[in-house]
Design a protein around this ligand. Structure first.
Ligand SMILES: [Zn+2]
Length: 185
């Protein structure tokens, strides 16, 4: 019997990850459409969005993660689940920003209202979500977002997707595991 007590990575095949990433994100977009639309339901606007996203991915325009997050927001908007960033989703008061998003009411919560059943985020992350929501997909590459902000945005959007479509997309699971592994390498 041999005992392996030390492992050295000779080549991590990091370049595989890039293609795997694109492939995974492409199937994720398909899965989202599948989750969000009813069978035979057509949505012309969403079709345009997904084609735009594919082109941007193919041409490697900007940060693919941000593009995917922007697509998630468009998906929610075009299927009637757009997040409300302008008013408190509980009392209706006009708000400029917020540090809390209520998932079942679908929007930001003002400083006076009860913060339950939702996700805490920074004001900056809130503002980024708000900007992404109003920005056309082909222009989102202009938006620069750091890793922490990306995590917060992902948490809100994936929470909101599960809340509204009652299904959890699976396409990104494997990629997320790979990415965590690569970070620790
Ligand atoms: Zn309120």
């Amino acid at each position: 019997m041999y005992l392996i007590n030390e492992v050295q990575i000779i080549h991590s095949f990091g370049e595989f990850l890039e293609d795997l990433e694109m492939l995974t994100y492409a199937s994720y977009l398909n899965e989202l459409i599948d989750i969000a639309l009813l069978e035979e339901e057509s949505n012309r606007e969403l079709f345009k969005q997904i084609v735009t996203a594919y082109y941007l991915m193919k041409n490697k325009v900007g940060d693919v993660e941000i593009l995917i997050r922007a697509f998630e927001i468009k998906l929610l908007n075009f299927t009637g689940y757009g997040l409300n960033f302008e008013n408190c989703c509980i009392c209706g008061k006009k708000i400029n920003s917020s540090n809390y998003i209520n998932l079942s009411y679908g929007g930001g919560v003002c400083s006076e209202c009860n913060k339950q059943g939702g996700i805490v985020l920074t004001n900056t992350a809130y503002n980024v979500l708000k900007i992404l929501s109003n920005f056309p997909l082909e222009k989102v590459h202009r938006i620069n977002v750091n890793e922490d902000m990306k995590k917060q945005i992902y948490k809100v959007l994936s929470g909101f997707i599960v809340e509204n479509y009652q299904k959890t997309p699976k396409s990104l699971d494997m990629l997320n595991v790979f990415k965590e592994g690569n970070k620790n390498e």
